[in-house]
Design a protein around this ligand. Structure first.
Ligand SMILES: NC(=O)c1ccc[n+]([C@@H]2O[C@H](COP(=O)([O-])OP(=O)(O)OC[C@H]3O[C@@H](n4cnc5c(N)ncnc54)[C@H](OP(=O)(O)O)[C@@H]3O)[C@@H](O)[C@H]2O)c1
Length: 379
């Protein structure tokens, strides 16, 4: 039996993790749940699953429920992640705020199943160093990275020549570029293939999501930036392709359903049937691939540019993007302002080497810097 703590349990990945655990009652036990501030949803989950340990980054004043142990703040989530009765920590909070709880889990030697890619973009070198130092397994939940991880098992790591991450292209793949200024929040939240939280759905529309994933892959698999490429694949069936030095290409395919990579990370290296819908290629028909157009997806270019600089530049890329996307979701800025503002913050940043202190300081600086220049009212 593996005892699982879910950080971000009220979100899309969090709920799907609970679904997977409920299908595997003899293999997985949910022992703790934590989220940002939705106390009501969290306590409902705890009651229905019989969980006694809960955490909130921003608890409402006087929050307490008889019979529940409540951990508060980022420090509280760090303490939860180090509890002796936790084996696996699922990290699925919405952003770089998950960095310290992730590090705390690794320092306690826990297995981390990581959905929150922002953690590796904010401080990938620090996280990977910590995982190695404490011999703590770090397994990806992101579907492309789970696919890459599985495909890489076909050879040796040093024999990997190239990794290709696929991207759906989002809802604006064929939209006329001269109408991008008029893109609404509602249009950006309509993803063609995946049902996800609001922030990652907007990131998929700008393709910053794929840029963050390129940086995530670089750290997870120890690859050079030039070895990680992106192809648009509108059907979202092939999640990643690994080319080995002999030219052989191994891919991972499945229907777009996050429960599969979640299950893989939680049971690794085991595989079981939890009755998820199966891929039937004859029903899918054609699979197509194309190169992303930089004019349509400037955020992807910004991510490569930040990764080329390295150090705290990727921390700043991520923090500025988190602030800009939340402002877009609140109708304070336009869709096309997202890359413009991220680029502005990157241009103002003097990058520092990748230490935890530098990353935390750069993250704070970028958020404050951008926040000051945002309009306070909706457009
Ligand atoms: N959804 C997917 O299919 C998918 C696939 C691959 C990777 N991921 C990654 O997994 C992570 C979670 O994605 P999601 O789609 O599950 O997100 P989501 O549905 O938006 O849920 C986010 C979770 O984070 C909490 N949250 C809310 N505001 C936050 C803030 N300002 N800072 C930090 N956390 C906040 C939410 O708590 P409250 O309910 O208390 O507000 C919720 O528990 C993201 O990093 C995403 O990139 C997601």
């Amino acid at each position: 039996m593996r005892r699982v703590l879910v950080l971000g349990s009220t979100g899309s990945i969090g709920k799907q993790t609970l679904d997977v655990a409920c299908r595997l009652p003899h293999r997985l036990q949910i022992v703790g749940l934590a989220t940002y501030r939705d106390y009501k949803a969290l306590s409902n989950q705890a009651t229905s699953l019989g969980v006694r340990i809960v955490g909130l980054i921003e608890p409402p004043p006087n929050a307490s429920i008889a019979g529940l142990t409540l951990y508060a703040g980022v420090e509280g989530l760090c303490a939860m992640a180090q509890r002796a009765d936790v084996d696996i920590v699922v990290v699925a909070l919405g952003g770089a705020i998950a960095l310290q709880p992730t590090l705390a889990a690794l320092e306690a030697g826990k297995t981390v199943a990581l959905a929150t890619k922002e953690v590796l973009v904010a401080a990938g070198e620090v996280v990977m160093r910590t995982a190695r130092q404490y011999d703590a397994p770090l397994l990806p939940i992101d579907s492309e990275h789970s696919g890459a991880f599985q495909a890489m098992l076909a050879g040796k790591r040093e024999q990997v020549a190239r990794l290709i991450l696929t991207a759906s292209g989002g809802p604006f793949r064929t939209r006329s570029l001269d109408t991008f200024n008029a893109i609404t929040v509602e249009e950006a939240l309509k993803h063609p293939n995946w049902d996800m939280g609001a922030k990652i759905t907007v990131d998929s529309a700008t393709m910053m999501n794929k840029g963050l994933e390129v940086i995530e892959a670089q750290h997870l698999f120890g690859l050079e930036l030039e070895q990680v490429e992106v192809l648009i694949h509108p059907q979202s069936i092939v999640h990643a392709l690994v080319e080995f030095v002999d030219g052989s290409v191994i891919g991972q395919l499945s229907l777009p359903d996050m429960r599969l990579p979640i299950q893989y990370a939680l049971l690794y290296p085991d595989r079981v049937d939890i009755a998820l819908p199966r891929l039937r290629l004859e029903q899918v028909g054609a699979l197509s691939f194309e190169t992303p157009d930089p004019a349509r997806y400037p955020c992807l270019e910004l991510a490569y540019a930040a990764a080329r600089v390295g150090g705290t530049m990727t921390t700043v890329l991520n923090a500025a993007n988190e602030v800009a996307v939340r402002a877009f979701l609140k109708h304070q800025i336009r869709f096309t302002d997202i890359p413009r503002l991220v680029e502005q913050v990157m241009a103002a940043h003097a990058p520092q080497p990748a230490t935890l202190e530098n990353a935390l300081a750069a993250d704070r600086w970028a958020r404050e810097y951008l926040q000051k220049s945002l309009p306070t009212h909706a457009l």
